[in-house]
Design a binder for this molecule. Structure first.
Ligand code: B1M
Length: 211
């Protein structure tokens, strides 16, 4: 019989075939898909996220764990959709205009997905108006802006301004990326900054819960 803790361990270790077999086993045992996500997959991703935050593992281990989670979600998502179950919160994410770096942004997106956020990933080099349009279209709770260049940090500021000017008062804006700091986040009027992908999940949850 498969167990949720075995599944969490398989995801954390990035053992995708084991994770998929355990997911199927749990479904066969009659477990609800949402319980498998919340009590098996999410704890596995949280565990690897904590280790990443503490520099105990690095980007490749995170990517391998995220791939295992993604493949399990491929099995579960159709069942969740059939049952009408949607993620509680939706986040729009992208790298700001002029910036093509996406490795960190993708990690943040994967971790948020792992925490059961609905993710609308706009990719890189995203102009402010595209963020605004996506927030409106998806009725997003959060918008997540990433920048890796000092020269694209002003685009982060323009995006915050565009979101505020569009009157999207209930959406929370979080920022991150290597050159970004808490001081910069405060200066441009974002709602929060986080230094890495694991803390981004904590911040996103806190911000979304505060809406
Ligand atoms: Co570029 N690059 N790059 N680069 N690149 C840097 C960032 C740089 C520091 C290298 C250097 O000079 N030492 C430098 C920036 C200097 C500066 O502005 N201070 C630089 C430069 C100058 C450039 C070009 C201008 C080079 C050139 O063409 N002359 C050019 C710019 C292109 C453009 O964007 N318009 C360029 C291009 C590229 C590549 C395309 C070759 C490639 C990007 C590939 C890709 O992303 N698909 C690339 C890479 C790989 C890097 C380095 C080597 C690695 C960046 C990375 O992925 N880190 C980088 C030097 C370095 O860091 N050693 C460098 C790993 C990633 C996991 O970390 O993105 O910081 P990071 O994400 C972290 C956190 O920051 C945080 O969580 C992540 C996980 O913990 N985080 C968030 C990120 N976003 C977040 C959002 C959040 C919260 C947390 O909330 C919303």
């Amino acid at each position: 019989m498969s167990t949720l803790s075995e599944l969490a361990i398989a995801v954390e270790a990035g053992k995708r075939n084991d994770a998929k077999a355990l997911t199927l086993g749990l479904l066969d045992d009659g477990m609800q898909p949402l319980d498998i996500v919340e009590q098996g997959l999410v704890p596995g991703m949280s565990a690897i996220g904590e280790k990443f935050k503490n520099n105990e593992v690095f980007v490749p281990e995170m990517l391998i764990a995220a791939r295992a989670m993604k493949e399990c979600m491929g099995i579960l998502e159709p069942l969740l959709a059939q049952a009408g179950i949607k993620p509680k919160y939706t986040a729009v994410i992208g790298t700001v205009q002029g910036d093509l770096h996406d490795i960190g942004k993708n990690l943040v997106a994967m971790m948020l997905k792992g925490a059961n956020f609905g993710i609308v990933d706009l990719g890189t080099n995203v102009p402010p108006e595209k963020f605004v349009a996506a927030i409106k279209e998806h009725d997003a709770h959060l918008v997540c802006l990433s920048a890796l260049l000092t020269t694209t940090m002003p685009a982060m500021k323009s995006t915050v301004q565009a979101v505020r000017e569009a009157g999207l008062t209930s959406v929370k804006i979080m920022v991150g990326g290597a050159p970004v700091t808490q001081d910069y986040s405060d200066e441009i009027g974002a709602d929060g900054y986080s230094p890495d992908a694991a803390s981004a999940v904590d911040l996103a949850t806190k911000l979304a819960d505060s809406i």
